[in-house]
Design a protein around this ligand. Structure first.
Ligand code: DGJ
Length: 695
């Protein structure tokens, strides 16, 4: 994938379909030139801008790749530091570029202070995704304190306002989409809770009336699981800019002499419609982002006993559930919360990662053997970053939780957050988990995290404001180290549901828990928001028992859960023979189609909110197979006689499939342009169509 470097310091990143162009002007400023369709590369140049008047310097009008604080640049900046003499101005000069394969680095240095700043860009073969991040280096001996350290800045091409789509969710209602027209002023999406959270998402999606199939969509997603900030603004000149990176809320990073720091990566791209955007990011995540061990392997069908027995796990009830799970085709049996310490409910036990002998008198080995003998792998739940006050760990090390001696620490779910910046805490977590994995045949860890941080005293740190970053780094480091030592163990990131479902987590964990809300009707919306900029195969989706608030049949629940990596979470011991048969058949079907779902292209064809019908189609890469999920929860006014029009097929291939009692054979072009008639009605309408190329 070429990086074209033109004379006069103009750089063109050529992706599959786009050009991303920037350069250095004669004053040494980094300037953004173009992000869009490919043009004649000879034409790209730096346009001259002069001072407007004494209140608006030309710097106000600059579109920059990265803005540092200082001079007459009054708008949002990406980097603000304090030097040892308390000077807070940065004045960079350009020092040249380096190219190493697909990575381009533009080097800058402060004209006076020992600060180097490198803007990094990486392009990837056959995609339109570009990775961007910044590196700062202290080449002196005195500490430099960064108060703001974003990863990248983007300028959008049109002078007309853009709409920003993000999520505005909560626990049990993750990934609910929100759209805001940014006409003027600033728009912020952020997390201040320690994790990337259930609320906003660490990305931007900017467009002007785009839809699933058309309209330019600019997007960028931050690979970071901590506090983040997406700061968009539109100025008087109609320039829309977006900065994205670690949140500067209560943030500092002390860079000692000789140290350098890489800010988290941002993955950005340009798409034609939201569908194309999601497909680009989905493919990119599988090929370049998810940990290599499992990225290209289909994820197993799992059973998780949390909703069936909550904390009341024991060898008998887990074995009983395991027998039924194996019978219906489950491949991985996961024991959730409750197996350790004095864990009877959520008041006690977190931190004591040794097996509860009352529940498992013969240790974990007996259950694991039972599960393995049934032909399934075994997985287990931990919440390593947390501690209950009522635990041996906390009694022994009360200073291991974040706290201020002068303040009472707030408990949420009766638990406190461990100070992950302490090496002894990291060592403890690594050691207990390493021993657990060494002594037992465990193939899967569900790493949970059930509360935001508060009273974040970390007096062990010279600069306690670094805790936000160091905490997340410790989580990533421990997971990486465990994976290196136990390469056949898959990890799932869970945070009270979908509170840690960001691309940072997905660079270390193999999958994420989407939401504790497993109600199939709500999941139609939750999964749509998830699918915007997150990989489908990483999305764990369970079939559970009804009873949250609404009715949906077992078949309906399978229809929805099969649109991600399927899991079963219901209380199987209460299922009738007929219900177990439904499970068996659906799991068998899922195993046939999971390659298409987990690795294929998703087309969101009908939307449950806008169209009253959900229709999602997944197509494999050579367009020989496709699976379509259709579901509706009660259409109104008897009106849903509609042609089902498909997408993503090869117009010239002929396809066959069964639709209720009809055997259908049509060309791809017919199916996409004309479609087949359907009458969608009833409160529990659901069907799955498997389309295959006619041989
Ligand atoms: C929250 C998770 O999201 C659930 O799936 C479950 O693991 C519970 N924690 C266990 O405490």
């Amino acid at each position: 994938m070429p990086v074209i470097i033109k004379e006069n310091n103009v750089f063109v990143l050529e992706t599959k379909n786009t050009h991303y162009v920037f350069g250095i002007d004669c004053l040494g400023y980094n300037r953004h030139i173009h992000w869009g369709k490919k043009c004649d590369t000879n034409d790209y140049c730096m346009q001259r801008i002069g001072d407007e008047n004494s209140n608006h310097s030309m710097l106000d009008e600059y579109k920059q790749e990265y803005t540092v604080f200082g001079s007459t640049m009054f708008r949002e900046c990406d980097l603000k530091v304090e030097f040892s003499d308390r000077c807070r101005e940065i004045r960079l000069e350009y020092r040249g570029y380096e190219q190493d394969g697909d990575i381009l680095k533009l080097n800058f240095a402060d004209v006076y202070y020992p600060l180097e700043v490198t803007l990094n860009y990486q392009v990837f073969d056959n995609t339109d995704i570009i990775a961007r991040w910044v590196t700062i280096k202290n080449t002196g001996s005195e500490t430099i304190i960064a108060e703001r350290l974003f990863s990248a800045e983007f300028s959008l091409p049109s002078v007309k306002p853009y709409t920003f789509t993000n999520t505005n969710g909560a626990w049990g209602a993750e990934f609910l989409e929100t759209s805001n027209l940014l006409d003027g002023g600033n728009l912020i999406f952020e997390s201040r809770r320690g994790g990337s959270s259930h609320n906003n998402s660490p990305y931007f999606i900017a467009h002007q009336n785009a839809n699933e199939k058309s309209g330019a969509v600019y997007f960028a997603s931050l690979a970071y699981s901590g506090n983040f900030k997406v700061a968009a603004s539109r100025d008087l000149y109609g320039i829309t800019r977006v900065s994205i990176g670690m949140n500067d809320f209560d943030f500092e990073y002390s860079l000692k002499g000789g140290e350098s720091f890489d800010a988290p990566k941002v993955y950005c791209g340009l798409a034609e419609g939201f569908g194309d955007m999601s497909r680009q990011m989905n493919r990119f995540a599988v090929d370049h982002l998810l940990p290599k061990q499992f990225a290209h392997k289909p994820l197993p069908v799992l059973f998780n006993a949390w909703e069936a027995v909550d904390f009341r796990v024991n060898c008998e009830n887990q074995t009983e559930l395991a027998k039924i799970a194996s019978d219906i085709g489950v491949e991985l049996f996961v024991m959730d919360d409750g197996w350790f310490g004095n864990r009877k409910n959520d008041w006690a036990g977190l931190g004591d990662w040794y097996v509860n002998k009352e529940k498992f008198p013969n240790g974990l080995g007996e259950l694991i053997k039972n599960v393995n003998d049934l032909g399934m792998d075994f997985g287990i739940w931990l919440e390593p970053e947390m501690v209950n006050a009522d635990s041996d760990l906390f009694r022994a090390h009360p200073d291991w939780a974040y706290h201020y001696d002068t303040r009472k620490a707030s408990e949420l779910r009766h638990q406190l957050v461990l100070n992950m910046t302490k090496p002894e805490v990291q060592e403890y977590i690594f050691t207990v988990m390493d021993e657990l994995l060494t002594e037992n045949n465990i193939k899967y860890i569900k790493w949970d995290m059930n509360r935001p941080y508060s009273e974040t005293g970390a007096e062990n740190l010279e600069n306690p404001k670094m805790l936000w970053y160091l905490h997340i780094k410790a989580v990533y480091d421990i997971v990486d180290k465990l994976k290196e030592k136990h390469p056949d163990v898959a990890f799932e990131a869970c945070a009270s549901g979908g509170g840690r479902a960001d691309l940072g987590a997905m660079s270390h964990f193999d999958q994420v828990w989407t939401s504790d809300n497993t109600d199939a009707i709500d999941r139609m919306v939750i999964q749509k928001g998830y699918s915007r900029l997150r990989p489908i195969k990483a999305m764990r989706a369970w079939v559970t028992d009804p009873g949250w608030y609404k009715f949906s049949s077992l078949q309906f629940r399978f229809n929805i859960a099969m649109q991600g990596s399927l899991g079963i979470g219901g209380n199987l011991s209460k299922y009738s023979a007929e219900e177990l048969e439904i499970c068996k058949q659906n799991i068998a079907l899922y195993k046939e189609i999971r390659d298409i779902v987990q690795f294929g292209d998703l087309y969101r064809l009908l939307d449950i909110d806008e169209d009253e019908v959900l229709m999602n189609q997944y197509v494999n890469s050579d367009k020989t197979k496709s699976v379509v999920f259709i579901a509706a929860n009660g259409t109104r006014f008897f009106k849903k006689r509609i042609p089902l029009r498909f997408d993503g097929l090869d117009p010239d291939k002929r396809y066959t499939f069964k639709f209720f009692n009809d055997e259908i054979e049509k060309s791809g072009s017919y199916l996409m342009e004309v479609g087949i008639p359907a009458h969608i009605r009833g409160r529990d309408y659901n069907t799955i169509i498997v389309i295959e190329e006619k041989k």
